[in-house]
Design a protein around this ligand. Structure first.
Ligand SMILES: Cc1cc2nc3c(=O)[nH]c(=O)nc-3n(C[C@H](O)[C@H](O)[C@H](O)COP(=O)(O)O)c2cc1C
Ligand code: SF4
Ligand code: SF4
Ligand code: FES
Length: 629
């Protein structure tokens, strides 16, 4: 078999050849968000254009580089020139850019968003450095270092960029020393709780067993979160390398990647990565000439949220219904198939190669005391620049939302972190540092990295109802505080949104939420009340407006809004009248229309068809009903 050192040298040679390619190189972001924005159509257009114009170029498909709102992203590097990045590329634009740059040498600077070279290059005049643009500049990319820059399906790209060096370093040391380095680095689990990674490893290492397992948790069932998926789609080897480092440290010889089967692209890339690793001798016996043996299973799941919980996940891998059990025994002592098992989050594992390669002191320079390193977030919702981001722990929420995200589209209302297990923080908290303890004392959690920005168009009661509805549906039903508690919370919230509640219901809701949080068996039920508790704490007035005044200022709660016709902008086209199922709309052609509120069932059909004036806006407006008090 070809030695690893030779593989590495060959990979570096190939990488250098790509960097110094004599033909132009065209990079296309084809991770899921690139694909959903049309990247595959752009890819097709690129191939057609090259063929039609008889141009030679190499095409490299890369993963997510971060600013997903700019997708499809296409970069082109002419021989000897810096790589130039273009955003929101359509098939027509791709053709135009290729023709201009490859034939005339004109980069169409106004269309470019950034370049990846040094300044002072004539070709990139007027184009900023990509990593100095507003969304990227405040970020620190450690775990995302390869994302969008290498081909995730090419192991040589990973090897040429220090791939498997962290594992090689780990295998040169005793497992105990690896645990010591991770301890010294202060790495805390990125799956949500921030539990020190070394501590559970040490417990597992200390248990005597003929077999141990390590699991990579790619459940990622929370709405709005995609950071783990994006990392695997863009750099699968870094996660597998981390899984192997952890396995070596605890004494496991088999690893599982438990992944939502909906993540078809991530699954495909993991399978390809495993295939290439087998070919390169990175899976199997005596890895890198050591006595470490390692086998890998990619276990596709049906995507139940509760299967993100460790004991439920273990049941699911064993082929049983995914249901949590009480602990102890903890999985580190008695886990998969009854053997000691460690479950770690994708990002925790993706961080390990960096730590093992560069050392604990290097890692500790990022972040703040007690919260070292960086954290990725999927920044979504009402935010101008959404996407996958990575910041040092301790970065303020304000910096994330405003400096990186560019602020909300409308007046900022709050931010939901940690998905359905997390909480909603108001603008008062914009200056708290994003790290485990501060987020917790504000009543929220950092979670695994979902961050949803909310503006004035979000009703917090409706938001809490949305998340509670989600957790109620996802509750496995094993324990009643969660099964029955979430159901009752949904019922109360639903009544509040319908204007059918009084102030006493807020007390009931609070008591119920606190009880479910205390009495539920697993993390799902224990954290499900968080959206209710945080919105009650930070947005109490909005709840009071609903229960006392039957008023929803965001005009979201269906029973508390009315549809009215704006006399200034209605042109009497009658489209609304034609679609109204209850004949609630009256008015002659070309004359002002009106809506009979008693007949209107708020089906929104009129609002959907009334789009005659893009400047003046919709003539049918959804407004909050007047306050009752
Ligand atoms: C309902 C529920 C869902 C969870 N979902 C995830 C998930 O999608 N990804 C994840 O890494 N951890 C998830 N967790 C936390 C895991 O159970 C576990 O603590 C984590 O994977 C440990 O990894 P870490 O120590 O690296 O953070 C979830 C927990 C609960 C209770
Ligand atoms: S808290 Fe909910 S999800 Fe967890 S065991 Fe109880 S019923 Fe199941
Ligand atoms: S919301 Fe529906 S029922 Fe009400 S006026 Fe419009 S179309 Fe008619
Ligand atoms: S998927 Fe391309 S920037 Fe996120």
């Amino acid at each position: 078999m070809i030695s690893f050192a030779t593989r590495q040298k060959e990979a570096q040679k190939k990488w250098k050849a790509l960097q110094q390619s004599a033909v132009p190189v065209i990079y296309l972001g084809t991770a899921t968000c690139g694909q959903s924005a049309g990247a595959l159509k752009v890819l097709d257009a690129v191939k057609q254009t090259l063929k039609r114009k008889k141009l030679k170029a190499e095409i490299v498909q890369v993963g997510c580089i971060g600013p997903c709102y700019m997708e499809p992203l296409m970069d082109i590097r002419l021989p000897g020139e810096p790589r130039i990045c273009y955003s929101n590329v359509t098939p027509d634009a791709a053709e135009k850019i290729i023709e201009s740059l490859l034939i005339k040498g004109n980069p169409l600077a106004p269309l470019a968003v950034g370049h990846f070279g040094d300044n002072g290059h004539p070709l990139t005049e007027g184009i900023p450095k990509f990593f100095e643009t507003p969304m990227l500049k405040p970020q620190t990319r450690l775990v995302l270092r390869n994302c969008g820059l290498i081909d995730p399906e090419n192991i040589d790209h990973y090897l040429a960029n220090d791939g498997y060096q962290g594992l090689a370093s780990a295998l040169r040391q005793k497992p105990e020393s690896v645990i010591e380095i991770v301890k010294e680095a202060g790495l805390r689990g990125r799956g949500g709780a921030g539990f020190p990674t070394w501590r559970k490893w040490e417990i597992c290492r200390g248990v005597k067993a003929d077999q141990k397992y390590m699991i990579c948790n790619v459940s990622e069932g929370d709405p709005g979160a995609f950071m783990n998926r994006a990392l695997i789609e863009s750099d699968p080897h870094c996660v597998i390398e981390g899984l192997m480092i952890g396995s070596y440290a605890i004494g496991a010889s088999h690893g599982y990647v438990y992944i939502n089967s909906d993540y078809y692209l991530a699954v495909a890339r993991l399978k390809k990565a495993a295939e290439q690793m087998r070919e390169y001798g990175l899976l199997g016996k005596n890895i890198l000439g050591s006595d470490f043996d390692f086998g890998l299973t990619i276990k596709e799941s049906a995507g139940a949220f509760v299967c993100g919980e460790e004991t439920a996940q273990i049941c699911s891998i064993e082929g049983r219904r995914g249901m949590p059990r009480s602990r102890p025994p903890f999985p580190a002592v008695e886990g998969l198939f009854g053997k000691p098992t460690i479950i770690n989050n994708v990002e925790t594992l993706g961080t390990l190669p960096n730590i093992l390669r560069n050392g604990a002191d290097w890692y500790k320079q990022f972040g703040v005391k007690g919260n070292h390193g960086t954290k990725t977030f999927s920044l979504v919702g009402s935010v101008r620049r959404g996407g996958l981001i990575e910041v040092p722990l301790g970065t303020k929420l304000r910096q994330i939302i405003y400096d990186i995200g560019g602020g909300s589209w409308k007046k900022f209302k709050g931010v939901q972190t940690g998905g359905p297990s997390g909480g909603c923080l108001s603008d008062e908290f914009l200056d708290i540092p994003v790290e485990y303890e501060s987020m917790q004392s504000a009543g929220s959690i950092m979670g695994s990295g979902g961050m949803i920005v909310l503006d004035e168009d979000t009703c917090v009661v409706d938001l809490a109802l949305y998340f509670l509805h989600f957790t109620q549906k996802e509750s496995c039903g094993k324990c009643s505080p969660c099964r029955v508690g979430t159901w009752h919370m949904v019922t109360i919230l639903d009544e509040i949104t319908k204007g059918q509640s009084g102030p006493e219901d807020l007390t009931k809701l609070q008591t119920l939420a606190e009880t479910a949080a205390r009495a539920s068996l697993c993390g799902l039920g224990q954290t499900a009340p968080n959206p209710v508790l945080t919105t009650l704490r930070h947005f109490r007035n909005e709840y009071l407006e609903h229960v006392q005044d039957k008023y929803c200022k965001s005009a979201v709660c269906r029973e508390l809004v009315e549809y009215i016709v704006n006399p200034e902008t209605c042109n009497g086209c009658q489209r609304c009248k034609d679609v109204c199922p209850t004949d609630a709309i009256s008015g002659a052609r070309s004359e002002l229309h009106t809506i009979d509120q008693l007949r209107c069932i708020k089906c929104k059909a009129c609002y959907e068809v009334c789009r005659f004036d893009p400047l003046a806006g919709n003539a049918i407006e959804i407004k909050p009903k007047r306050r009752v008090s």
